[in-house]
Design a protein around this ligand. Structure first.
Ligand code: OAD
Length: 245
C-alpha cells in the first residue's frame, strides 16, 4: 500500500492527533454497522428502538434489542484497526480518540484517552431521580432491569433527539479545534455533531484524513481519503509512519 509522502511526513511531525471512529472500525470484529448493506437501520426502525419515545412506550422491546446487541458485542474482539489506534496513543504527546461506538472495543484494545460520545452499551443508568449508573457486563436477567431505588434502568446511550454528554462533547470540541491531524475512520458522516468535526478541524488548520471502504460526504473535504478496510489500511499506514520516522 503506497501512501503520499506528505501524509506520512505530517503524521511523523504532528504532536496533536485526534481520531474519530464510527461503526466501520468494528465491522471487522463482526459487529454490524448502522447504514451499510447489512446495517442495523436496514433491518430495524431506528425510531422504534433508539429514541426516548420508543423506550418509554415499550421498554421491554428496546431492552431486548440492546440485550441482543450486547450478546453479539460480548463475543467480539478488537481487530488490528483498534490495536493500531491504541498503539498510536502512546506515540503522540496529545492524543484523543472520539468514538461514536458504544461497543467498548477501543478500551478493550488498550485505548485510554477515549470520549465515548454516544455512550456505552455496557452501562445502564437510572431513569428515576437517583442518577445511579451501572457498568454491567453480565446478561440481563430481568427486562427492563431495575435500579436499586426501584425505578427502571435505561441503556446509557445517546438516542436520537437527545443531547450528547456535555463533558465529553466539550473535551472533543477542544481537541478538534487544536489538533494537527484529524483521522476519521469508518463513519458515514451523517450524524451530527460528529459529522461537522472534519470541517471544524480543517478550518482551524488541521490536516483531515479519512479511512473508509467507500467515499462519504467527508471525502469532499478530506485532504486524504484512504479507501480500504480500517483493519488493513491502519496497520499499513502506521507501519510506514514508524519505519520512515
Ligand atoms: P454507519 O453505519 O452510518 O457508517 C459506517 C461506515 O463505516 C460507512 O461509511 C462504511 O462505508 C464504513 N465501513 C464499513 N466497514 C468498514 C471497514 N471495515 N473499514 C472502514 N470503514 C468501514 O455508522 P456510523 O457512522 O458509526 O448512533 O453511525 C453514526 C451513528 O449513527 C452511530 O453512532 C449510531 C447510529 O445511529 C447511536 O447509536 C447514537
Amino acid at each position: 500500500m503506497g501512501f503520499e509522502p506528505k501524509l506520512i511526513a505530517t503524521l511523523q511531525q504532528a504532536t496533536r492527533i485526534v481520531i474519530v471512529t464510527g461503526s466501520g472500525i468494528s465491522a471487522e470484529s463482526g459487529i454490524p454497522t448502522f447504514r451499510g448493506e447489512d446495517g442495523l437501520w436496514k433491518k430495524y426502525r431506528a425510531e422504534e428502538l433508539a429514541t426516548p419515545e420508543a423506550f418509554y412506550s415499550n421498554p421491554e422491546l428496546v431492552w431486548e434489542w440492546y440485550d441482543w446487541r450486547r450478546q453479539l458485542i460480548g463475543k467480539a474482539e478488537p481487530n488490528p484497526g483498534h490495536d493500531v489506534i491504541a498503539m498510536m496513543e502512546g506515540e503522540y504527546p496529545e492524543f484523543l480518540l472520539i468514538t461514536q461506538n458504544v461497543d467498548g472495543l477501543h478500551r478493550k484494545a488498550g485505548s485510554r484517552n477515549v470520549v465515548e460520545i454516544h455512550g456505552n452499551i455496557w452501562r445502564a443508568r437510572c431513569t428515576g431521580g437517583c442518577e445511579t449508573s451501572y457498568l454491567e457486563e453480565n446478561p440481563i436477567t430481568q427486562l427492563p432491569p431495575k435500579c436499586n431505588c426501584g425505578a427502571m434502568l435505561r441503556p446509557d446511550i445517546v438516542w436520537f433527539g437527545e443531547s450528547l454528554p456535555i463533558e465529553g462533547l466539550l473535551r472533543a470540541e477542544k481537541a478538534i479545534q487544536e489538533c494537527d491531524v484529524l483521522i476519521v475512520i469508518g463513519t458515514s458522516g451523517y450524524v451530527y455533531p460528529v459529522a461537522s468535526f472534519p470541517m471544524i478541524a480543517q478550518a482551524a488548520g488541521a490536516m483531515v484524513v479519512e479511512i473508509n471502504i467507500e467515499r462519504t460526504p467527508i471525502s469532499q473535504i478530506a485532504d486524504f481519503t484512504l479507501l480500504g478496510k480500517a483493519g488493513d489500511v491502519l496497520p499499513a499506514l502506521w507501519n510506514e509512519v514508524v519505519q520512515k520516522g
